[in-house]
Design a protein around this ligand. Structure first.
Ligand SMILES: O=C(O)C(=O)C[C@H](O)[C@H](O)COP(=O)(O)O
Length: 211
């Protein structure tokens, strides 16, 4: 199985990938239900919080429409956790040689993070031509995607970092952008307040904006 068979297709179908940092696993299911109801199904649950893995498990068990993956996968050990949980995909904000080697062996759609041409080359050398460009806005935004795309026409990008509701459609209009990611879909205050209606409404607005 190659990355192109799976991660790229998942991203292309999703277009928008919310990056979820969940402190309280009890919030995971209502949060995921709100996003799915708003048309956002591919959910990256980060391992930034101790509740992350439990949150991912709960969503998988209880929200049938969700496609759940882990984010902030930094080590081969994190990748093992993703495999044990049985998630659908994994994202990393970067990529060490060890992580890329482990991911190339694992039968799991994996999207490594890159910020430079050399990092992209290291990922592509292991078969990962679809990458998370992180932190996209801080690296130059649309201009950075275009510039990196020129010498690497076969690369596909999921720009993430500093992207909001307003910018997402501009990135997605680029032919080498398969999806965009970000935390903008779930503002911390709304998550804290459990304002699922507001989260669902934003998700729907964001998907509707893509036509
Ligand atoms: O946690 C990870 O594994 C990451 O890769 C980083 C996140 O994707 C970005 O922090 C999201 O960026 P914002 O949308 O600007 O909040």
């Amino acid at each position: 199985m190659t990355q192109a068979d799976n991660a790229t297709d998942l991203l292309r179908a999703a277009r928008i990938v919310p990056v979820l940092t969940i402190d309280d696993a009890a919030q995971a299911v209502p949060l995921a239900r709100a996003l799915v109801a708003g048309g956002v199904r591919m959910l990256e649950v980060t391992l930034r919080t101790p509740a992350g893995a439990r949150a991912a498990e709960a969503i998988m068990a209880e929200v049938p429409g969700a496609i759940v993956g882990l984010g902030t996968v930094l080590t081969p050990g994190d990748l093992d956790l993703a495999l044990r949980l049985g998630v659908a995909f994994a994202f990393s904000p970067g990529a060490t040689p060890e992580l890329l080697d482990a991911a190339a062996r694992a039968r799991l759609p994996f999207v490594p993070g890159i910020a430079t041409a050399s990092e992209l080359m290291a990922a592509m050398a292991r078969g990962f031509s679809t990458v998370k460009l992180f932190p996209a806005a801080q690296l130059g935004g649309i201009g950075a995607v275009k510039a990196l795309g020129a010498p690497f026409p076969e690369a596909r990008f999921c720009p993430t970092g500093g992207i909001g509701e307003k910018e997402a459609p501009d990135y997605l209009a680029l032919p080498n952008v398969v999806a965009v990611g970000g935390s903008w879909l779930v503002p911390g205050a709304e998550l804290k307040a459990g304002d699922w209606a507001a989260i669902e409404a934003r998700a729907r607005r964001s998907t509707d904006a893509l036509g």
